[in-house]
Ligand binder design. Structure first.
Ligand SMILES: [Zn+2]
Length: 430
């Protein structure tokens, strides 16, 4: 007897016709044609059941603040940072909590049930930290929120950042962040990476730095991050976010860098939507894309997890909370268009970021948490193409969000009466 039984699911690894039996919030059985009773039965109808989406890079203290106090006219990273600096002193804990909770509602509706959010520690009042610690606790029943202490104004550049970052970690922030390319000099950037990795090693924490988010081919803090990871024994616990300078680096240098990153067991977290929007702003034509070298990183054995970074904030006036939008942009920007490529990019918004965050009990195996999403699509490649409705979002065995299937009625003489967007793809689409 199960609490919930999902019949006839397709799984991301290619298995089809699978039944998933759920008991006491965990997956208790997973096999074809389970002979069992259940309190509730969901017929997946052969459609995809995936583990929840995971966003490994977000800014929940800034989300939904677009237009306050004004819009980003140049569209650059630097004007975004300046705008955020104007808004930050006016922020209250209540307003941050309210925006973050509203964003989490949207995330849940898209099957996004785990988020790593950077939290700015540049304002010594640390209202951002207080607010997001409160949010982390309030959303815990339905969304895993992991927080990164992020010195937005520069760890060495801002005089109060060092003590504020330590206090944020004392208060319970999970991960050590950084922004070496925003320090005053390349040398200061290097020094910041060294100190921040040492702090993480001493406290037993993970590291996730905004690293080389620039078009400068000589911005090479990722090399320092890889070296410091090995020096402090942090292998498998460090991520470099953005790494956009790798797009513009010399090919010979990259051929040396990739094995260093693999040796350090670093993860890469590109953010395709925001990278495409913010990078290349000083170019005329040809205009660089600014996204890091995703296929080459994967080929070198570096795990790549895709992040969303921003939704409706000083840096990005777009965003939907849908990690499939992120994967969809990645397909285009990286030209990873084969079925196998799309499966790897689907993993980059599910399994891979779950490993980067160190989520416990994540996945579709017996014994894992009963957290999953039923999509109106037959497989991962189709899910990225369609960005379809999330028919059921399940957390610990309970349906916490539902969307009706998309189906448009047609009134055309001699044509079918309805269109189901998931019914069109030839087998080769996958
Ligand atoms: Zn970011």
């Amino acid at each position: 007897m199960f609490d919930l039984l999902i019949r006839n699911a397709a799984l991301p690894d290619g298995r089809v016709g699978v039944d998933i039996g759920i008991r006491s919030g965990r997956i208790a059985a997973l096999e074809p044609a389970l002979a069992a009773e259940a309190g509730e039965v969901i017929d997946a109808g052969g459609q995809l059941v995936a583990p929840p989406f995971v966003d490994p890079h977000f800014h929940m203290d800034a989300t939904l603040s677009l237009g306050r106090p004004r819009m980003n006219v140049s569209g650059t990273l630097l004007e975004g940072i300046a705008l955020w600096g104007e808004l930050r002193p006016t922020l209250t804990r209540e307003a941050i909590v309210e925006r973050a909770l509203a964003y989490c509602d949207l995330a849940v509706s898209k099957g996004l049930l785990a988020v790593r959010s950077h939290v700015d520690v540049s304002d010594p009042r640390l209202v951002t930290v207080e607010a997001l610690l409160e949010v982390r606790e309030r959303v815990a029943p339905y969304l895993d929120l992991q927080l990164v202490a992020f010195p937005q104004d520069g760890y060495l550049r801002s005089p109060e950042a060092a003590s504020a970052l330590e206090r944020a970690l004392d208060m319970g922030v999970d991960v050590v962040g950084g922004i070496p390319h925003f320090e005053r000099t390349m040398e200061a950037g290097r020094a910041s990476v060294e100190v921040l990795c040492r702090i993480a090693a001493e406290r037993g924490l993970r590291v996730d730095m905004h690293c080389d988010e620039t078009d400068d081919p000589l911005s090479r803090h990722v090399e320092t991050l890889a070296a410091e990871t090995v020096r402090h024994g942090l292998q498998g616990r460090v991520a470099g976010s953005h790494l956009t300078s790798m797009h513009s680096m010399d090919n010979y240098y990259v051929s040396k860098l990739l094995p260093l990153m693999a040796e350090a067991e670093m993860a890469a977290i590109p953010n395709p939507l925001i990278n495409m929007m913010l990078q290349g702003r000083h170019d005329s034509y040809p205009k660089r894309r600014g996204l890091t070298r995703v296929p080459e990183l994967l080929a070198a054995g570096v795990p790549v997890a895709l992040g969303q970074d921003c939704v409706l904030d000083p840096w990005y006036a777009m965003g939907t909370g849908d990690m499939l939008d992120v994967a969809h942009m990645a397909v285009h920007a990286t030209q990873m268009g084969s079925g196998e490529d799309k499966r790897r990019l689907f993993a980059a918004v599910t399994d891979t970021p779950a490993r980067v965050l160190g989520l416990e009990g994540y996945g579709l195996e017996v014994g894992c948490h009963a957290d999953m999403v039923l999509l109106q699509a037959r497989d991962p490649a189709e899910a990225i193409r369609l960005r379809p409705n999330r028919l059921k979002v399940i957390r610990r065995g309970r349906v916490i969000a539902e969307t009706a299937p998309e189906r448009t009625r047609l009134a055309l003489e001699g044509r079918p009466g309805a269109v189901d967007p998931a019914a069109y793809a030839p087998p080769a689409a996958s």
